[in-house]
Design a protein around this ligand. Structure first.
Ligand code: ADP
Length: 169
């Protein structure tokens, strides 16, 4: 990144470029697929201006669900969570953008849909934590980890969106 001039002086007009381009793993959970919310959910990230780099419908095996949620292994709801995630196909997505991880979490809303703000995906479309329709990575590190976990390399695609110059100055 060219954040500094040759003599190391910080260049204020390049501040915007310092905001980190991040990858986030977004997944429509089985309830979202069953309820016909796939288009609606994809549309929210698409409209926001993130770039889609991976997309597939997928029946998740138990082992993958357990690996994905390994940090929650000790929770009492873990077996239920694994049953839920493997109960039908999910839609796996990789999205990229400046600040994409935190921004996607805001678009998704609180884990408990009853506490999620109206306007968020969970706030608008769900009523229970155990059926909260969508997943989004909680850190840039987990974004990378989860995309690597759910996608094979050939399934991801880098491309330039024609709208790019109209999204960021
Ligand atoms: P988030 O998905 O918002 O990052 P967590 O990482 O805390 O939330 O939990 C992962 C998922 O586990 C939640 O989205 C939800 O599907 C499920 N979950 C979390 N807490 C509970 C709970 N108390 N009862 C049932 N399921 C839960």
């Amino acid at each position: 990144h060219a954040r500094r001039s040759a003599n190391g002086i910080f260049l204020p007009h390049l501040v915007a470029s310092m905001e980190q381009v991040e990858e986030t793993y977004i997944m429509v959970k089985p309830d979202g697929v069953q309820r016909g919310l796939v288009g609606e959910i994809i549309s929210r990230f698409e409209k926001k201006g993130f770039r889609l780099t991976g997309l597939k419908l997928f029946q998740c095996p138990k082992e993958l669900a357990e690996e994905h949620y390994k940090d929650l292994k000790t929770k009492s709801f873990f077996p239920k969570l694994i049953n839920y995630i493997t109960s039908g196909p999910v839609v796996c997505m990789a999205w990229e953008g400046v600040g994409a991880v935190a921004s996607a979490r805001k678009l998704i809303g609180s884990t408990n849909p009853l506490q999620a703000e109206p306007g968020t995906i969970r706030g608008d479309l769900a009523v229970q934590t155990g059926r909260n329709v969508v997943h989004g990575s909680d850190s840039p590190e987990n974004g990378k980890r989860e995309i690597a976990l759910w996608f094979k390399e050939g399934e991801l695609c880098q491309w330039t969106a024609v709208q790019a110059p109209w999204l960021r100055e």
